[in-house]
Design a protein around this ligand. Structure first.
Ligand code: ATP
Ligand code: LTN
Length: 331
């Protein structure tokens, strides 16, 4: 039998996960897990590049794992683990740092955005964040990395560094590709639809958190900023309504054309209410399963432990190969 291709992806436990994370990442993982050998990580080491409250980071690490499972990621089919439980990530990140150029890291837009946002804490980890992400992906020889479009630049850097390393030492790493689905690649903020919806937005009205209760979900979506028009039509420059059409399309499975037909002559208010109901209904079963999982910490810990030991087995193989190639002694 032909071996399945591998996918790797992760989300930082740096805030309450939003429907942007859900549609841009998790929903695609759920589909891909059937056809790929899948490895999904809670990237807590990446979250540390921005100051975190320790107890909250710990709680969110459990929550993020519970959301993966509640959304339909099956721990029996996939490897699910927490980044800091597998030390190979930090070890390979160091090596890759030595093959990644200062200029390359300086060009990363996420670094520029985050250093502007956290001007009092532009730490070295924030700068070398992409080397740790490259280590995550390359350790598992992943073929595909399902992410939102904001991560495209980091994946390109990962490919460049992997090619550079392979060029010097011979075939070591699989060159990964991004998997960026068209309609969910960038869900925009509800308060400013020219900006990406982000879990670390200070304005909670900009995002719908996966764990927001039904009334909050409905209120936020009904209040979403839209332009002065009234027709539910996907059109250039109408960022607010385009975003809501996209969100509705992702949750309902309907195409944009079908949505335009469904809401012809109905106006924005009516449409927003329908989007709100659909999103709230779709998330209700995720909420219920999430609550059940969070009440069973021993189960979540058993998933973490199992996942870490599977991940370590795969990661260690790549790391040993790298250590040998660069000339480290082995005892
Ligand atoms: P932060 O605000 O803390 O920087 P974030 O909300 O951007 O975080 P990440 O942990 O950086 O989330 O991203 C996890 C995954 O979710 C990535 O694959 C990313 O591309 C995807 N993602 C995040 N926000 C969106 C969005 N608004 N639309 C589509 N995909 C998204
Ligand atoms: N940088 C990513 C999170 C992330 C990731 C990864 C995604 C860390 N390591 C490996 C895919 C593969 C982000 O979304 N900010």
């Amino acid at each position: 039998m032909e071996e399945k291709k591998r996918i790797f992806s992760g989300i930082q436990p740096s805030g309450a996960l939003t429907i942007g994370n859900y549609l841009g990442a998790i929903q695609n993982w759920v589909k891909l897990q059937e056809d790929y050998q899948s490895i999904f990580c809670v990237v807590d080491m990446h979250a540390l590049t921005v100051r975190q409250v320790p107890a909250e980071l710990r709680r969110r690490t459990y929550e993020t794992l519970a959301i993966y499972i509640a959304s339909g990621i099956d721990p029996e089919k996939c490897t699910l683990f927490v980044q800091s439980h597998v030390p190979c990530h930090a070890e390979l990140a160091w090596i890759l740092n030595c093959y990644t150029m200062f200029g390359e890291l300086s060009r990363m837009t996420q670094f520029k955005d985050k250093s502007a946002k956290h001007a009092d804490n532009v730490n070295a980890g924030l700068f070398t964040y992409p080397s740790l992400m490259a280590a995550d992906i390359l350790l598992y020889q992943a073929d595909l990395v399902p992410v939102g479009i904001d991560q495209k630049q980091h994946i390109e850097l990962t490919r460049d560094v992997a090619e550079r390393f392979n060029g010097i030492y011979g075939q070591t790493f699989t060159i990964p590709e991004g998997f960026i689905p068209e309609n969910s690649k960038k869900i925009m903020s509800l308060s400013d639809p020219t900006k990406k919806m982000s879990k670390s937005d200070e304005n909670p009205n900009g995002f719908v958190a996966l764990l927001d209760d039904r009334d909050t979900i409905i209120r936020k979506l009904k209040r979403a900023t839209t332009d002065s028009g009234s027709e539910v039509v996907f059109a250039e420059g109408k960022d607010g309504i385009n975003n809501l059409i996209n969100i509705y399309s992702c949750f309902s499975g309907k195409t944009i054309k079908e949505i335009e037909r469904e809401f012809e002559g109905k106006g924005y208010g009516f449409f927003k209410a329908a989007v709100a109901e659909t999103v709230a209904d779709s998330l209700a079963p995720v909420h219920a399963e999430f609550d059940r999982l969070m009440a069973d910490k021993p189960y979540l810990e058993s998933v973490m432990k199992n996942g870490a030991s599977q991940a370590f087995g795969m990661a260690r193989k790549t790391l040993s190969k790298v250590y040998r190639k660069v000339g480290f002694t082995q005892i």
